[in-house]
Ligand binder design. Structure first.
Ligand SMILES: Cc1cc2nc3c(=O)[nH]c(=O)nc-3n(C[C@H](O)[C@H](O)[C@H](O)COP(=O)(O)O)c2cc1C
Length: 237
């Protein structure tokens, strides 16, 4: 385990949110809206930046993927530039088929590139934090060996956790809301309030210093045959 680096004060928070039908969402739309309307520092020319009323609050940028990329043509350079500036990366989405919605997955496929996010020279995300904020339709007790989802919800987290680890990121304890179809307005308000409080207080979360970074997984130079071939061509072999 490597020691966690100290998060800089006023670190940038980047919220990547994906919902194929955001306009019909009860929960994720509220979460996204709360991130967009936090009393935060404005960030560069980001149109989602609100007025600064909290000098020590982090700057928050929200990327609504289905609104930005209805054609699924992700601007990889733009996304990588925002990631490079962020200290906390938030993935906020409903759980679809025990995983993430398809455009969110495409965002990972395209943006977390070999040689940039992982693999030889792929250090762009090293030392950053990743926070999953997800909702499920199934209630918490459905995620149990005796119920229809069969597994505790934790069983679906390793792909997220290992993605963070491979990129040298720290995977923070997820914020989950189960039973999204049936929670009442008070529960939604409370959940959105926790989300907003966490965003605006980052990196001053009491538990952060005790959370370690995962094992650094070194991907060998020749992990991809095509890259090894082009490397040997470049070397004149
Ligand atoms: C295609 C699709 C797949 C889904 N898969 C799951 C699932 O695997 N587990 C689950 O608990 N809920 C699943 N759901 C329910 C969503 O998680 C739920 O509708 C969402 O969390 C509600 O959030 P919202 O109010 O922001 O839309 C699925 C919904 C859709 C549309």
């Amino acid at each position: 385990m490597t020691a966690p680096p100290t998060s800089p004060p006023g670190a940038t928070v980047l919220v990547i949110t994906a919902h194929p039908q955001m306009e019909q969402s009860r929960i994720n739309r509220r979460l996204m809206h709360s991130a967009r309307t936090l009393p935060i520092k404005p960030v560069n020319d980001d149109p989602t930046g609100a007025a600064n009323t909290e000098p020590n609050a982090p700057a928050v940028i929200v990327r609504d993927l289905y609104a930005l990329y209805p054609d699924y043509l992700i601007d990889v350079a733009a996304e990588q530039a925002l990631l490079a500036d962020a200290q906390l990366v938030v993935w906020q989405h409903p759980i679809h088929w025990y995983s993430m919605p398809p455009l969110m997955k495409l965002w990972l496929d395209d943006v977390l590139a070999f040689g940039w996010a992982y693999g030889p020279g792929g250090n762009a995300l090293r030392g950053k934090d990743l926070w999953l904020v997800a909702t499920t339709g199934g209630p918490e007790d459905s995620y149990h060996p005796t119920s229809y989802n069969r597994y505790f919800f934790d069983a679906f987290l390793p792909p997220y956790e290992q993605t963070a680890s491979l990129c040298g990121m720290r995977f923070l304890p997820p914020l989950l809301l189960h039973g999204a179809h049936r929670v009442d307005e008070d529960e939604i308000d409370a959940h959105v309030g926790v989300f907003a409080q966490r965003l605006s207080s980052y990196p001053h979360w009491p538990e952060l210093d005790s959370l370690l970074y995962g094992l650094i997984t070194q991907v060998p130079e020749d992990a991809r045959p095509e890259d090894a071939e082009s490397a040997s061509e470049r070397a004149g072999a």
